[in-house]
Design a protein around this ligand. Structure first.
Ligand code: NAD
Length: 374
C-alpha cells in the first residue's frame, strides 16, 4: 500500500505510528479531520494479519467518525486508534499505559475510548497516563455503557423511517427482525417489546436466543437464514458488510435500521441497490450515533438526561436525510454524507470570516497596532 496516496485519498490530516518494543506496542492513531473539534474515536486491539490491514482499518474507521460526529451536530472531529496484537496474549498494564502516553503527547487533538478488544479496566490504565479518555465507567465519573443510548437512537430512527413510509410512527404489530442480541440488540428488543412489535431475532449464541424467547417472546431465526425471513423492518445489530448484492436481492423487508457500523459492503453500489429494490435504508452512521453522543456528553460532565435528549434528535435528523435524498435525487446514504460534509465546510468557512476583528496588541505608547504575525 502506498501510505501517503491512501491517506490523501481518504483525506486524513495526521497519522501517528507509535512503537515501543520493550512493552510490545505497535499502534496507529489516525486523525481524519479536526475542523469541528478534537478527533474522538475508540482504540481497537486486534490481531491484524498485516500492518497494511491495520492501517486500512484505522483510516476507514477514523473517517467514519468524522461523518458520524458531523451529521450528529457534535463539535468533534474523527479519529480512531488500533493496537496490533492478540489482546488475550499481548495486552499488559505497561503496554496500555505507554499507549496512553502517546495519546497524551497529542495534547487533546485525539480523545480515545473503548473499542473491540479493549475493556473498561484497560481504559483505567490508559487514564492513568492521559486525561484524553472518555467512555469511562460510572464509578470513575464516566458515562458507563453507551449501548442503551445507541439502542434508543436506532429505535427512534425506526419510527422515523416507518413514518416516512406510511405516515405513522407506531411500531405496534410490525414484524421486526433484529440481527445480534448483544448490548445494543438486547436493549433495542426491550424497547420494541414494550411497543408491541412482533419480534424475530438471530444470534450466534443459542443461549442468548433462548433467553430472548423466554423474556420477550422473540421468534428465533437461524444466523444463516436471516435475509430470507419476510418482515417489515430488518435491524442489523451484529457486524458490518452484511448488505451486499447477494443479501439485498434476497431481503424481504421495507426498512433497514440498525446499529452495526459499515453495514453496506460497498457504500455507493449497495445504497443504490437498496433504493432500486424499494427498501428504505436509514444510514448506519447517523442512527447509531447515540453512543458517540453519550461520550461527548461525558466530556462536558455527564448527564444521562442530556445524552438522551440529544439522541432524540436522531428522529428529526433521519426524516431530514430522507427529505434531502428525495430533493437532490440521492440515496439516503449519499444524502447523509453530503449533509455531514456541508456542515464541516460551513464551520470551516466561519473561521475564515472572523466577525470579531483581528487579534491586536497595544504598543508601549498605547496606540493600536495590528498583530505583525497576521
Ligand atoms: P456486542 O458484541 O455486544 O453484540 C454483538 C452480537 O452480535 C453478539 O451477541 C454476537 O453473538 C452477535 N453476532 C455476531 N455475529 C453474528 C452473526 N453473523 N449473526 C447473528 N448474530 C451475530 O456488540 P454491540 O455493542 O451490541 O454492537 C453491535 C453493533 O453495533 C456492532 O457492529 C457495533 O460496532 C455497533 N455499534 C455499537 C455501539 C454501542 O454503543 N455499543 C455504538 C455504535 C455502533
Amino acid at each position: 500500500m502506498n501510505c501517503f496516496e491512501r491517506i490523501a485519498a481518504l483525506g486524513h490530516q495526521q497519522v501517528v505510528f507509535c512503537h515501543d518494543a520493550a512493552v510490545g506496542l505497535r499502534s496507529i492513531i489516525a486523525i481524519h479531520d479536526t475542523t469541528l473539534g478534537p478527533a474522538l474515536g475508540g482504540v481497537r486491539f486486534w490481531p491484524y494479519a498485516s500492518e497494511a490491514e491495520a492501517l486500512e482499518d484505522v483510516l476507514r474507521l477514523a473517517r467514519g467518525m468524522t461523518y458520524k460526529a458531523a451529521i450528529s451536530g457534535l463539535n468533534l472531529g474523527g479519529g480512531k486508534a488500533v493496537i496490533i496484537g492478540d489482546p488475550l496474549r499481548t495486552k499488559s498494564e505497561a503496554l496500555l499505559r505507554r499507549f496512553g502516553q502517546f495519546v497524551n503527547s497529542l495534547n487533546g487533538l485525539y480523545i480515545t475510548a473503548e473499542d473491540m478488544g479493549v475493556s473498561v479496566k484497560d481504559m483505567e490504565y490508559v487514564r492513568m497516563e492521559t486525561p484524553y479518555v472518555t467512555g469511562l465507567p460510572e464509578e470513575m465519573g464516566g458515562s458507563g455503557d453507551p449501548s442503551p443510548v445507541t439502542a434508543y437512537g436506532v429505535y427512534l430512527a425506526m419510527k422515523a423511517s416507518w413514518k416516512k413510509l406510511t405516515g405513522t410512527e407506531s411500531l405496534q404489530g410490525l414484524k421486526i427482525l433484529v440481527q445480534g442480541l448483544g448490548k445494543v440488540g438486547w436493549a433495542l428488543v426491550e424497547l420494541l417489546h414494550k411497543e408491541g412489535a412482533v419480534l424475530y431475532a438471530t444470534d450466534l449464541s443459542a443461549r442468548q436466543l433462548e433467553e430472548a424467547q423466554r423474556k420477550f417472546g422473540v421468534q428465533p431465526v437461524s444466523p444463516e437464514n436471516w435475509y430470507a425471513i419476510p418482515v417489515d423492518i430488518f435491524s442489523p445489530c451484529a457486524r458490518g458488510g452484511i448488505l451486499n448484492p447477494h443479501t439485498i436481492s434476497a431481503l424481504q423487508c421495507a426498512v433497514i435500521a440498525g446499529s452495526a457500523n459499515n453495514q453496506l459492503e460497498e457504500e455507493e453500489r449497495d445504497s443504490l441497490l437498496l433504493v432500486q429494490k424499494g427498501i428504505l435504508y436509514a444510514p448506519d452512521f447517523l442512527i447509531n450515533a447515540g453512543g458517540l453522543i453519550n461520550v461527548y456528553t461525558e466530556l462536558e460532565g455527564y448527564s444521562r438526561k442530556r445524552a438522551l435528549a440529544r439522541t432524540a434528535y436522531i428522529y428529526e435528523a433521519t426524516l431530514k436525510v430522507f427529505a434531502v435524498a428525495e430533493q437532490r435525487g440521492l440515496t439516503p446514504h449519499q444524502a447523509a454524507m453530503q449533509l455531514a460534509e456541508e456542515r464541516i465546510q460551513t464551520m470551516a468557512a466561519l473561521r475564515t470570516r472572523p466577525v470579531s476583528g483581528f487579534p491586536c496588541k497595544f504598543s508601549s505608547t498605547s496606540s493600536l497596532c495590528l498583530n505583525s504575525e497576521l
